[in-house]
Every structure is written in C-alpha cells, then in structure tokens.
Design a protein around this ligand. Structure first.
Ligand SMILES: Cc1ncc(COP(=O)(O)O)c(C=O)c1O
Length: 406
C-alpha cells in the first residue's frame, strides 16, 4: 500500500539531512506502548524509537523526574560534582555485571563504542581490534570501523586500521586469529561483540559461543567489550543479555533507552581498565549531565522495581510463541528468532511492503537488513497488546502472501 506523504513531511524532508530511511508518519504523542500521529490515529509502537522507549512513552516516573530536575539544575559538566549523577553512578554500578564499577557517560551508542575502543587501546597499548560479521556499533568513524556492513563503510574509507572481522558465532575463527596475531607480535587488544546482534538480523548465538569467547580473550590477554546498547537493560528478559550465558565482559557499552528517551550513553568497565585513561585523554560536554542522570536513575528504578525485566521475559515468550504460530500459518515467514522482547521475523522477501502496510494498519515495526521484521516493543507491554499486535501481523502477512501470489 502506498502511503501519502503530507506537505508537512515534505517540508521536514526539505530541511533535514537526507540520511534516514523515512516512514511516512508524523508522530506527535505517546503513552506506554502507543503513539499517535498528527491526524489522531493510534499505533501500537513496536519500533519504540529504535528500541529506546524501554519503559514506555512518557512514563510518569520519568516525566516527573525530568520535570523536577529541570527546575533544579539542567547542566553540570563532569568537571564539577553533582548529587544526581552520584545517585545514578551508585545505582548503575550496583546492577552492572560483577566487577564493572567505573563509568564514563556520553550521549549515544556510537559515542559509547568510541570511548570503549579508546579505553581498550590505552589499557592494552595495542591498536588492533576484532569485530564480528554482521556487527553494528554505530556510524561515527571509530564505531563505523567495527561495523561490518560495506554499504555503511565503503563511502568513508579509509577507516581505522587494525580492524579484523571474524564470523559471528564462530569462536574457532577468533581463536585462530588471536593465535596468528600472537605469533606476529601481538597487535590485537580487544574484541567487540553484541551479545545478540540487532541491526544484523536479530542473531542469537549458540549457547557455548560467548563463554568460549570469554575464555579465549582471557587466554590471549585481550579485552572483551560487549555492546549491550540494544540488548541491555532488560530487553532480552535479563538485565544484561550476557547474563543468559553467565559471561562478564571487561567493558560494556549501553545507551538507547537508558535515560527513558533523553539522550545518554555509558561505558562501564573494570576500574583498572577504565583508569588506563588519564585526565583529558577523553571527555565530552554533556555526558552525565543532571537532567539525563535524573531520567536515567528513574529509568533504572522502573526497569528494576516495576519488574520490567521479568515482564520482558514472560511477554517475550508469549509473543515469540505467537510468532512461531504465525510461521506455521504463513509460508512467507522463513524464521522467527530472538530472546525476550528483542525479536525478529525473517520473511522470504523484502519486508518493506509489510512495514508500510503495518503503518496503514496501526502497527509500527522496524526492519533489520532487507528481509527481517524487527520487533523492539517497550518492556511494559502486556498480553493484550501483544495479542493485538499478533493479530495485526497475521493480517499483514496474509496480505503480503496475496500480493506475492503465495
Ligand atoms: C548494538 C548497537 N550499537 C551501537 C549503536 C549505535 O547507537 P547510536 O545510534 O545511539 O549511535 C546501535 C544503534 O542502533 C546498536 O544497536
């Protein structure tokens, strides 16, 4: 179905950098798992600002924390101390994987990955880094260097040198590379991985993979950086996706929904690793500002105290079972995968028509590559919303099959 672009959308396009794959919908309001467009039409939001609306849109706790903080102090550079930042640091470190107890704040996922790579260089004094095929870590030059897709990389070469890609899920290839690097004088200092790949197609590795990677990194004296930007903070039914396999990284990157939608990212590392960075070697203007810190503190409180991690696990199972049932009924579905509320539905064709038809029918979803529908709903959804989404998806898949003559 062709959706009309309004005059206002065309006007926005005329001003905004033309770098986004745009959906023809103008969102003006949100509550929980719902958003409304400028005509008043309601949507179930399984796009959630690319997975940002973890605690739902305009969550009351976050809104009041932001309002209260906005009236007290909005900006305070990390060169000065701040009460709210301290509260957040305490809370974040108390729930971080064991031993990760020092934090660098930033404003986005890519920035967190940039900082993680600088920390690793400084700590190991080696510039080489291993990333995985189908990885996504952001689009700034450093983060892009460890992002695999050539359509993102090629126009901006040369990128960082010393980056090696190994197949995601294949620990043997990683080990072989580190062995070879060892005999050639050791230039590799870190491995960066998503515990579950998001942009690359919702790829959940086999159970033994991450524990093997951890063991290999230890054996070769290489840091393990886990990028939990999409998978972290309860999304997969555990607070950190790495918990599914009992793996603790040396450095962890988070961002997206950590401050309830206010821009914020963070790197959390072992203190000996973080302390390799000296005063002035890395910093920023906005990281850890009181407004974002207050929002992040309230977000953590919601995720933990309101049981959103458990909810993501329970509703995630319900949703995945429903998707698997759709797979049985619809030949257009090739695979269903994911954990918790980080789910992918692989189709036999490009998902664009289904996504656009979803908008027309009031269901917002994401793509992940050309043929995977990605579902990243807020962690606050209940069975009722999940079953409404499933029934809409049922309709959308039937329509796609009719379009394709299946
Ligand atoms: C795993 C992962 N890392 C890094 C990023 C980059 O985050 P940002 O867009 O905030 O720079 C993303 C964004 O989707 C992501 O999913």
């Amino acid at each position: 179905m062709e959706l009309e672009q309004s005059a206002r959308m065309r006007e926005e396009d005329s001003y905004l950098a033309n770098v986004f794959q745009r959906y023809p919908v103008e969102l003006v309001r949100g509550k929980g798992a719902y958003v409304w467009d400028s005509t008043g039409k309601e949507y179930i939001d399984f796009m959630a600002g690319y997975g940002v609306a973890l605690v739902g849109h305009c969550n009351e706790r976050i809104v009041s924390a932001i309002k209260a903080q906005a009236e007290r102090l909005i900006t305070c550079h990390c060169s000065c101390y701040n009460d709210v930042r301290l509260e957040l640091l305490r809370r974040l470190v108390s729930v971080a994987p064991k031993g990760l107890n020092k934090v660098f704040f930033c404003n986005s996922g890519a920035e967190a990955c940039e900082a993680a790579m600088k920390i690793a260089r400084r700590y190991t004094k080696r510039h080489g880094i291993v990333a995985a095929t189908n990885s996504f870590h952001g689009k700034t030059m450093g983060a892009l260097s460890v992002t695999h897709a050539s359509k993102y990389r090629d126009p901006f070469k040369p990128l960082l040198d010393g980056v090696h890609f190994v197949p995601y899920g294949n620990a043997e290839r990683l080990e072989a590379l580190l062995e070879e690097d060892g005999s050639a004088g050791k230039s590799i200092g870190a491995v960066i991985l998503e515990p579950i790949q998001g942009e690359g197609g919702i790829n959940v590795p086999e159970d033994g993979y991450l524990p093997r990677v951890r063991e290999i990194c230890d054996r070769y004296g290489v840091l393990l950086i886990l990028d939990e930007i999409q998978s972290g903070l309860g999304r997969t039914g555990r607070l950190w996706a790495s918990e599914h396999w009992g793996v603790v990284p040396d450095v962890m990157c988070i961002a997206k929904g950590m401050a309830g939608g206010v821009p914020m990212g963070a790197v959390i590392a072992r203190h000996d690793v973080m302390d390799a960075l000296k005063v002035g070697e890395h910093s920023n203007t906005f990281g850890g500002n009181p407004l974002a810190s207050a929002a992040a503190y309230a977000t953590l409180e919601c995720i933990i105290e309101d049981g959103l991690v458990e909810n993501a696990a329970g509703i995630g199972r319900y949703l995945k079972d429903g998707l698997l049932a759709l797979k049985e009924r619809h030949r257009v579905v090739r695979d269903v995968r994911g954990l918790g509320l980080m789910l992918g539905v692989e189709l036999r064709f490009d998902v664009k028509d289904v996504l656009m038809d979803g908008i027309a029918h009031g269901l917002l979803m994401l793509y992940s590559g050309r043929n995977v529908l990605r579902l990243l709903p807020p962690l606050v959804i209940d069975e009722d919303i999940a079953s409404r989404a499933l029934s809409l998806l049922d309709t959308l898949l039937s329509r796609e099959e009719r379009r394709r003559g299946l």
